[in-house]
Design a protein around this ligand. Structure first.
Ligand code: FAD
Length: 576
């Protein structure tokens, strides 16, 4: 917990956990205010869980949820009322603390000067200068809306796609004015989580401070984007502030929709229910694998698209391998429940995978979509579709590894950048937005029909960098992405089936067949995954070294040219 004291009676914090509540009580807080709607992102403790913990420690609790970037006057009044009624000191929290400090600032505006308020919040790390007009208006002194600060390139998201693109841009044009908007303090190497769940990596190996991965010279804006105003070439931040751009790169990842499975959020991390899709949870997978003596182990895969489509079965293979090595496999009944109808989307890799399914004696259950879990009863329910009919089937488990359903993030879904399915709508070759020529998208959150992987991002980032610079120079995009994605299927500890393919399932191996035959389990591919790929991620991709990822510069395809001509970017450029 990172408590930032704004006044003796008031402090804010990024999201707190149930365990933090006791620490808050010990530090003398007497009330807690939640300013975050439930279910906003990856499992966050629900407000009623924090309420229960607060009441158990004798603290008062108030829920004043506020939608990111949309702090209304009504929210400010309700928050002000809560502060007036609750015993102090009060600790308020949201995702990063920005919304809570914004609410405090606006609730104090009638009594304190804007300078004093901005100094108080600035002193604990919240730069709310964009609020000045609203603060001044609240004291009766109305100022015109401050012009948005403008950068050459604004990048949404400091994940794999955002950092790699910034590095590739700076490699091509050192000194370019780039801002990355990213609310998290830490950056995660998510491809490592399969190996954490398999007992190979420590989870600490998969995390670095965000400050450490930001390329030198990039301005890190430590908050979230809440909406887009592409007609003004601006993004709106969590605190209502705006930043302008000459080119925008959108790479915010996707939403893990835990709430789509009834009862899952309540039991995740307990009762034998786990998921390698979370930093905090992957070690629990390994704990379950180590301690399971016998019984039923179920691994689930939701409907596509998901990030790293092989990850659900990788969890199964590595668990089964550990049980084989410890001699327990004969006592463990393994089932892979897949909402889809095939083990892997590219048929060339299926025979090698089927050999392992047979070796581990795992049952494959297709068209099985997990919809409900009761952790305490150790039961899971699946909607099973057969011959066009769907019926609900109950299964018991001793261990349940869940890959959650995945969708576009809410702030993308409701934005003008989204396609009908909720993804950032880009041209699949140039990665330029379908309607806004100064906007590009890459990574898990965009609409391209490739495998959503960091390997895809490694190839996409240089393409986006090339094309952003072209557009900044008043030229058409000219670099082309071929849909490359890769999935190192960890079929056993020490061997990998290295799937590498592009659009339409075309195989795109990086190595000659005599070195790594992707269709067969390979020791060298395991070494690549365990030793080389983390290094390529942190020290290659994030430093602008484009090993095996040089962008293809091609004459533009008719589709790409059409999309460029259809957008009004040339006019926007003239205007700016
Ligand atoms: P992310 O890396 O998820 O980054 C998105 C960033 O955007 C985050 O930092 C987030 O905080 C930020 N953000 C979100 N909302 C906002 C907002 N409103 N404003 C500003 N910023 C925001 N890939 C492989 O290549 N090989 C593998 O073996 C592999 N295995 C995987 C195994 C697992 C279990 C998982 C979970 C993933 C795996 N992946 C693998 C996939 C890979 O990690 C992702 O494809 C990759 O991280 C996508 O990069 P991204 O930038 O799109 O999203």
């Amino acid at each position: 917990m990172e408590i930032r004291r704004i006044s003796p009676e008031f402090a804010v914090s990024p999201q707190i956990t149930v365990e933090d509540v006791g620490a808050a009580a010990a530090q003398g807080f007497r009330s807690i205010v939640c300013n975050r709607p439930d279910g906003e992102s990856d499992p966050q403790p629900r407000s009623d869980e924090i309420r229960q913990a607060a009441e158990a420690h004798g603290l008062e609790f108030r829920n004043v949820p506020v939608v990111s970037g949309q702090v209304t006057d009504g929210d400010v009044s309700e928050f002000g009322r809560a502060l007036a009624e609750l015993p102090g000191p009060v600790l308020a929290y949201c995702r990063t603390g920005t919304r809570s400090s914004t609410l405090w600032a606006l609730s104090k505006a009638p009594r304190l000067s804007a300078d004093a308020i901005l100094e108080a919040v600035g002193g604990v790390g919240y730069d709310l200068q964009a609020l000045r007009p609203r603060l001044e208006a609240a004291t009766g002194k109305v100022l015109p809306l401050a012009p948005a600060v403008r950068h050459d390139v604004v990048i949404v998201g400091g994940g794999a796609g955002g950092i790699a693109t910034a590095a590739s841009l700076l490699k091509r044009r050192p000194g370019l004015d780039i801002a990355i908007v990213e609310p998290r303090d830490d950056h995660y190497y998510q491809p490592g989580w399969t190996l954490v769940g398999g007992g190979v990596f420590d989870r600490a190996d998969t995390m670095r401070p965000m400050a450490g991965v930001m390329p030198k010279g990039v301005k890190w804006i430590r908050t979230a984007v809440s909406s887009f105003a592409p007609e003004r070439s601006e993004v709106v931040l969590d605190d209502g502030g705006r930043i302008g751009y000459r080119a925008l790169v959108v790479s915010p990842g996707l939403k893990l929709d835990w709430d789509k499975v009834e009862g899952l959020r309540e039991t995740l991390g307990r009762n034998g229910v786990t998921s390698n899709y979370l930093f905090d949870m992957a070690p629990y997978t390994w704990e379950l694998v180590r301690t399971l003596k016998g019984g039923k182990a179920i691994f689930t895969q939701p409907p596509m698209p998901i990030k790293c489509a092989g990850a659900p079965q990788k969890a199964m293979y590595l668990s089964a391998d550990a049980w084989t090595r410890s001699g327990r496999i004969k006592d463990i009944d393994i089932e892979f429940c897949n909402a889809g109808g095939a083990l892997f989307g590219v048929a060339d890799y299926v025979p090698a995978l089927m050999e392992y399914v047979a070796k581990y004696d795992a049952t494959l259950s297709f068209s099985h979509n997990l919809v409900k879990v009761d952790g305490e009863a150790r039961k899971a329910w699946f909607d099973v579709t057969k011959d066009g009919k769907t019926e609900r089937v109950e299964k018991s488990f001793d261990m349940l590894h869940v890959c959650p359903p995945q969708t576009g993030l809410d702030f993308i879904r409701r934005s003008p950048l989204a396609d009908a399915a909720g993804w950032v709508e880009v041209n699949s070759e140039t990665l330029q937005h379908a309607r806004y020529g100064d906007v590009f998208g890459l990574g898990d959150g965009c609409s391209t029909p490739n495998a959503k992987t960091a390997a895809a991002v490694r190839k996409q980032a240089p393409v986006v960098a090339e094309n952003v610079l072209s557009v900044l120079d008043g030229k058409a995009p000219h670099a082309v992405y071929d849909g490359y994605g890769s999935c190192p299927l960890t079929v056993e500890r020490g061997r990998i089936v290295l799937a590498e393919f592009g659009y339409g399932g075309v195989l795109l191996p990086s190595f000659p067949g005599w070195l790594i035959n992707g269709k067969r389990p390979s020791r060298l591919a395991w070494l690549l995954k365990e030793k080389m790929l983390p290094w390529i991620y942190w020290d290659g991709m994030f430093k602008g070294r484009e090993w095996l990822a040089e962008p293809r510069i091609l004459p533009m395809s008719p589709t790409a040219r059409e999309s460029l001509e259809a957008c009004d970017f040339k006019d926007q450029r003239k205007a700016s």
